[in-house]
Write a protein that binds this ligand. Sequence first.
Ligand code: PGA
Length: 263
Amino acid sequence: MLNLVPPLLVANWKANLSPGEEVALAAAIAVDATSRALKAGSLMIAPSHLGLVPVASLLRREHAALNVKIAAQDCSDRTSGAHTGELPATHLVGVADAVILGHSERRQRGETGALIGLKVARCVAAGLTPIVCVGDTALEATVNQRSSEVLGQWREVVASAARSGCSEAALSGAGVIVAYEPVWGIGSDRAAEPELVRAIASALRGASGDQLRVLYGGSVDAQLAERFFHGVAAERIDGLLIGGASLTSERLLGIAAALGLAE
Ligand code: PGA
């Protein structure tokens, strides 16, 4: 299928920067993005929880034409109430457009598919778009083994969201995005081959429909980005989730330029 919408770049800043540093980086990216004619709406930034409000305010106030979207890196499985230290999805409304859920760095801290599915349901109920991360763990495995591990994770999340009142139709209506991030490919210089990512995207769409948006994440740089989006491929990839390379404006916009999203 042809890629009819431009790819989405999601910059996941993790816990790398203080809120002040995040605002400075957002400002630098916005200035460069404007001078390099970044395609409006093609970039989403996921700052730390504390950086969400100042980064979103800066981008909306001073760089509205870029239409940069904002994502939180996680949210609570609780609704608002007496839950010390939690961040309910409803509190992100008006600040974030989307929420990254189930990142492998959170799964490694004990998050299960059941918990992630509940958070997904909270996001959808709040009107936010969930970006659900899935990824196989073994360095050595066949494409089929990787694909069945990833599908298993996805099905677990979908089933849990459904038990929490969010049907698969509601999930699809919320524009759910899946980010395929093989655990061995994150921050490792061992990015997955485009053929593997396409096979995983195809398996996910086989389970949830052709409209499902699938991103790739893991050691993405400009060179890799070009390989992913060069030519007309049989299976589309809808964008990239970028960690390390999103921490400088030059590298991030280099990726955008490699995809034809900026000059
Ligand atoms: P990386 O991180 O680009 O640094 O590998 C990607 C991610 O974890 O989202």
